[in-house]
Design a protein around this ligand. Structure first.
Ligand SMILES: *Cc1c(COP(=O)(O)O)cnc(C)c1O
Length: 362
């Protein structure tokens, strides 16, 4: 079989050098004679590694000292509950911006824990093009406890590039599929969270970056393992963290630093996305209907204009080692997820195949 490129939306591919290193030290980590996953999270050697991973992430994202970085359980969806539990006191409401399926799910879950104001910003033009209401026109509530949004909608392939100005109301972002893909100004956010399995490491780990002044207001019923303050007070080790995922995330952070950090990877991501969109847009055969300024650079959905060819497309793609291109069941078509770990060679192989397939079916 030729080289395999995995376009899965998540769990997604991890960088080869990271996997090779992990394999090499799998049963004997740092001369301990044990796998890292067999060691106590409170052992000196593990804690040093854990702290280093946090320091590297802080470095990569330029996270200021007045933010805590938490290594949590429960994935992105766990945070759909944890955010209102920690930030939404009784008598207050929160604004939820909805531009796709994950932000919609976050709002639906939030309703279980308080008063949620849903703001739909998705617009469909008469020609079928999908666009968004610019943030200057969002009807935000100045008394809201926070504004929640999803800057990159993984399923829909919609990205909001500019950070919304919420006029002092804490901004909470679900960055599960965009964290570390390009530089952001962390100081513009109250909370950033991300499930690890797209751009950080394996599943089972969730990163939460929270501004310190937002700690300590959790609802009484908040489970202790979801309480940001409890996690912060215990360096994310109130209960046993996902130790192996934390270690692998640490390797990914080092890999990214060696590459030149977020700035360097952002340039590569831009080039990858441009290559794919250019082939889609220049063809009569493929289609992406998201308005250009809102197109995702991480998750690129596209449709064959003749949908009866879908099965054939996927089958032949797999024969070429181009895996997991089937679109999410709710939007159909195809989706190429091209996170940080996807090399440009993978996108090149995909567009080469797409052009060959188009010619072959004419
Ligand atoms: C994948 C994803 C989630 C869900 O993550 P889980 O870890 O499966 O709970 C939430 N939000 C976004 C934007 C995602 O891409």
């Amino acid at each position: 079989m030729s080289e395999v490129f995995n376009f899965c939306a998540g769990p997604a591919m991890l960088p080869k050098p990271v996997m090779t290193k992990a394999q090499k030290e799998f049963i004997n980590w740092n001369n301990t004679g044990s796998s890292v996953m067999e060691l106590s999270h409170r052992s000196e050697i593990y804690m040093v590694m854990a702290a280093e991973a946090e320091a590297d992430l802080r470095d990569l994202m330029a996270i200021p000292d007045n933010y805590k970085v938490l290594f949590c359980h429960g994935g992105g969806r766990g945070q759909f509950s944890a955010v209102p539990l920690n930030l939404l006191p009784e008598g207050k409401s929160a604004d939820y911006i909805v531009n796709g399926s994950w932000s919609k799910a976050a709002a639906a879950e939030g309703k279980n824990f308080g008063n949620i104001n849903v703001i739909n910003i998705r617009e469909e033009h008469s020609d079928g093009e999908i666009s968004l209401t610019p943030f200057e026109q969002w009807p935000l509530n100045s008394n809201a406890a926070y504004v929640h949004y999803c800057p990159n909608e993984t399923v829909d392939g919609i990205e909001i590039n500019d950070i919304p100005d919420t006029h002092g109301v804490p901004l909470v972002a679900d960055m599960s599929s965009t964290i570390l893909s390009h530089e952001i100004d962390v100081t513009k956010f109250g909370v950033i969270y991300a499930g690890a399995q797209k751009n950080i490491g394996p599943s089972g780990l969730t990163i939460v970056i929270v501004r310190e002044d937002l700690l300590g207001n959790a609802q009484l019923a908040t489970p202790c393992i979801m309480n940001y303050q409890t996690s912060a007070n215990n360096d994310s080790m109130y209960n046993t963290p996902s130790t192996y995922a934390w270690y692998l995330a640490g390797l990914v952070f080092k890999w990214l630093k060696d590459l030149g950090g977020v700035k360097a990877i952002a340039k590569a991501n831009q080039a990858k996305a441009e290559l794919l969109y250019q082939v889609i847009d220049s063809s009569e055969f493929y289609l992406n209907n998201i308005e250009k300024q809102y197109r995702s650079k991480m998750n690129i959905p596209f449709w064959l204009k003749d949908e009866s060819l879908n099965e054939q497309f996927l089958e032949q793609a797999e024969q070429q080692g181009l895996m997991a291109l089937k679109g999410h069941r709710i939007v159909g078509g195809m989706r190429a997820s091209i996170y940080n770990a996807m090399p440009i060679e993978g996108v090149q192989a995909l567009v080469d195949f797409m052009q060959k397939f188009e010619k072959g079916t004419r």
